[in-house]
Every structure is written in C-alpha cells, then in structure tokens.
Design a protein around this ligand. Sequence first.
Ligand SMILES: Cc1cc2nc3c(=O)[nH]c(=O)nc-3n(C[C@H](O)[C@H](O)[C@H](O)COP(=O)(O)OP(=O)(O)OC[C@H]3O[C@@H](n4cnc5c(N)ncnc54)[C@H](O)[C@@H]3O)c2cc1C
Length: 472
Amino acid sequence: MLGGMWTGQKQGITDGEMDGQVDVVVVGAGYAGLAAALRLKDEGIDFVVLEASGRVGGRVLSEVREGGAVVDQGGQWVGPTQKNLLALAERFGCETFPSWEEGRHIEVWRDGSRVAYDGAAPEAGPGIDDYCRVTTLLDAMAKSVDLDQPWLTPDFELWDSQTAESFFRAQTGDEDAIRRLALAIQGVWSCEPREISLFHVVFYIAAADGYEQLMETRDCAQDSRFHGGAAAPATALAVELGDRLCLNTPVEAVEQDEQGAMVRTGSGVIRARRVVVALPPPATSGISFTPTLSISRRGWLAHSPMGRVAKVHAVYTQPFWRAAGLSGIATVYDDGPVGVVFDNSPADASMGILVGFVYGDRVSDWAERPAAERRAAVLETLAAIAGPQATDPVDYTEKIWPYDEFAQGGYEAYVTPGGWTGYARDGWRTPSGVIHWAGTETAGRWNGYIDGAIGSGYRAADEVLAAMVDAR
Ligand SMILES: Cc1cc2nc3c(=O)[nH]c(=O)nc-3n(C[C@H](O)[C@H](O)[C@H](O)COP(=O)(O)OP(=O)(O)OC[C@H]3O[C@@H](n4cnc5c(N)ncnc54)[C@H](O)[C@@H]3O)c2cc1C
C-alpha cells in the first residue's frame, strides 16, 4: 500500500512544506468533495481534502450580514426527496424550516401589469395553456430517460441535437407561452433556451423526478431552508474532517504514474493512490492533467459551460408585504434585471428579506452597470412586487456568480447540444485512470443541486473504495 501518514499539516502548509502521501486526495471542498471525504473517513481511509478558497461550501455560501441577517448567496433550498442532503443535515444536527409561501403571488408582465394569483402556480393568464401543454410533454419525455446510462434513452440523439428553444418553437407559436418557457429555463438552468440541449433539460427533469419538483415550493425543490444558512452542514462536516482539510490550497496539476498520482499545489506535492476531483467543469479544465485527459472527457467539459446567475438580497426591518396579503413570490416578464423573487426572511420573521434572481442574458448587461444603477434597477422591481417601501432596505447585497473566481458561474453547468451524444458515454463521469469525478454535474439524481453534489461525492468515494479493494 502506497498511502502513508499525512504529515502536511504538521509540516506547515503556509511555509510551503506540504509534501506527503496519502491514499486519496480529494480536490474541492464543496458539498461533493466534503461528502466524498466523509465517506472515506467513515471507511477509515487515509485522505486529505485540498480546497482552493479560504472556506468550505463552494457554491453554497451563507453570509452573516452586519445587522445579523443570514443570507444564502448561493444554494439554499432543500426538498423532501433530497435525501442525501437531509440525511447529512440530520447527522450534523442542522435543522430546516419551511420556505414562506403564504399570501398572493405576483406575475409582472411586459406592459408593467401586475397579476396576483393563489396556489402553487397560475392557472390563467397569457400563454398559460400552451405553457402547460409543453411542460406536460417534457414530463412525459423525462419518463423515458435512463438516469445512470443516459445514452440508452430511446430519443437520446434526437433530443440532444436540438436546443430547448427550437423545441419550444416547434410546439407553440404563442409568444407568451414562449416567454413563460424561457423564464422556466432561465430560472432552473440560469441560461437561455437557445443555449441548452433539449436532452439535458429532459434528463434534468428526470433527475429531479418531474418538472413540478423543479418549479414548485411546497414538497418540491424549494420546500425548506436551513436555520443559519445552507452552508451549516458543510461547516459542521469540515470540523469533523479536522486537519485533513487544507484551505487556500488550489490544486494546479495532477500527474499520473505507475504508483498513482502526484497532486501539485502551490504549497507542495502530495502522492496519492487515487484522486477524487470534485469541481465544476471550468475549474476542472483549469487543472493541468498528465497524461492529458481523454478526448471524451475534454469534449464533455468543453460542452458544459456554467450558467450565469446573480443573487440579490434586500433586507427590511420586517416582511411588510405579508401584511398586505402578499407572499413575496413573484415572476417577472418585463425588461428589468430580476426574473424571480422569493421571501427569504428568517423563520421567526424578525426581519424581512426579499431575494431576487438575475439570470441568463439579463445578468450579462446588468452586471456591467455601476453598483448604484444595479441596485436601483433591482429595487424598482421589488417595489413593483412588494410595495414602495421596498426601495428603502436597511441592507442590500448581491453575489454575481460568473465573477466568482472558483465557481465561474452558477447554479451549475448545463450541457450544450451535441455534448451528451458526442462525449457523455466516456466523458461524463467515467474515471480517468486513478482520477474519479465528482461534483453535482456528474450526478444522476438531483443533478445540479446540493443533493446531487453529495450523491456524486458518495459515488466517487465508493468507486475509490472498490478500486482499493481490487488492488489488494
Ligand atoms: C446562486 C445559486 C443558487 C443555487 N440554489 C440552489 C438551491 O437552492 N438548492 C440546491 O440544492 N442547489 C442550489 N444551487 C446549486 C448548488 O449550490 C450546487 O449544485 C452545489 O453546491 C455544487 O456543489 P459541488 O461540490 O459539486 O461544487 P462546488 O460547490 O462548486 O465546489 C467545488 C469546490 O472546489 C473548489 N475549487 C475550485 N477549483 C479548485 C482547485 N483548482 N483546487 C482545489 N479546489 C478548487 C471551489 O472553491 C469549491 O469550494 C445554487 C447555486 C447557485 C450558484
């Protein structure tokens, strides 16, 4: 056995003396890397986690603001079928509370008109019939998807050769239905319908077990939030990993040889028998691999750009919109930056928080504007939804994910047309020698979500464990 005692911490990472050897190096301490590490720890494997940034959680980033508000700048919600995340939270004693959805929801249309509705989704309004017909069709298509070997799906190539946009336009000529469908793509995949493979959309719906699961709140993906923020389980897990977790340690290169791999960082080199890389695709492409990755793996990464999203929070002394009978939930079809708004107040409503999402094409223009203009444009939309008091928050914060050094976008990477067909069979998550691939983008269940990230970490760790047993 090659793995020996991990001595990197004892030697002091900060003074550049990190060299050591372990059985497994895990690259990345988002939920995928952390889950892989936890499984390895539970199995008594000698490992170390190398994380580029100064914190754990990756695309989950819970921030305590000066006034005490906790805002989730990245991933935040958990749904009842996301068993990996719920079990992890339970293990570390992290509790959830239901997302607020009482009151009337609002749709804002292009002409500025505001339409209030009750219930989970609008039952009337421009384009609603064709929107429902097309999404029902997507759901039916999703039932045929093979989640573990997606290339075995009967219409795999046909669907992967189209964009969501071309499919929508073939199904309906109703521009309002197209607008609704476009907002759904932006809202779930944070890209435009013209950019994403239809197969990827259908696969993703299947991975969540239905379109409604992706879109709705109660009993669906937006069901609950975490007290203290969605990074709470990650932070607790990091404590358990102790000195096996090295922050501020970006991996620069992974070189495979007969004995395993050399993992190079700015502070030293670690020899490992196996490596789990748990990064989003652009970050993976930023690492130098020797030998070079296969054409399939590189093709897959090249066809997996990150979505583009910004999350904005406005904090108020109270959730004043609730007194007016409003839920704070809104979908916005006008030309402003914000597409969707939710009430993100704490469970005890001790303050009021609205969260807005800016995504797809909307974020590209908005993000380049001066900060004051960005803020004014967001608050204008919040006022249209919640009332004029919304223009005067006690705190305002935004996180523009395409500018994040490590994630380079969000929520997740989507696959462009032809990506699945050309490269997935060998490039999606098949190990490359002693390198095992994790990260939410490699998940077959809840792909793109925290739950999928955790599941991918467990799967990669299980691959490692099986390989180590085989090597005995
Ligand atoms: C705005 C936003 C909202 C979202 N909302 C939700 C939601 O409500 N619910 C939900 O379930 N999901 C949500 N998601 C998606 C969810 O956050 C992600 O699916 C999940 O966090 C991905 O985890 P991961 O471990 O696969 O990747 P990441 O979290 O990206 O982790 C990768 C880690 O690798 C590190 N890294 C990068 N390069 C290197 C390197 N060279 N060496 C070492 N380390 C490196 C990064 O710093 C990072 O910590 C949202 C995402 C965003 C951005």
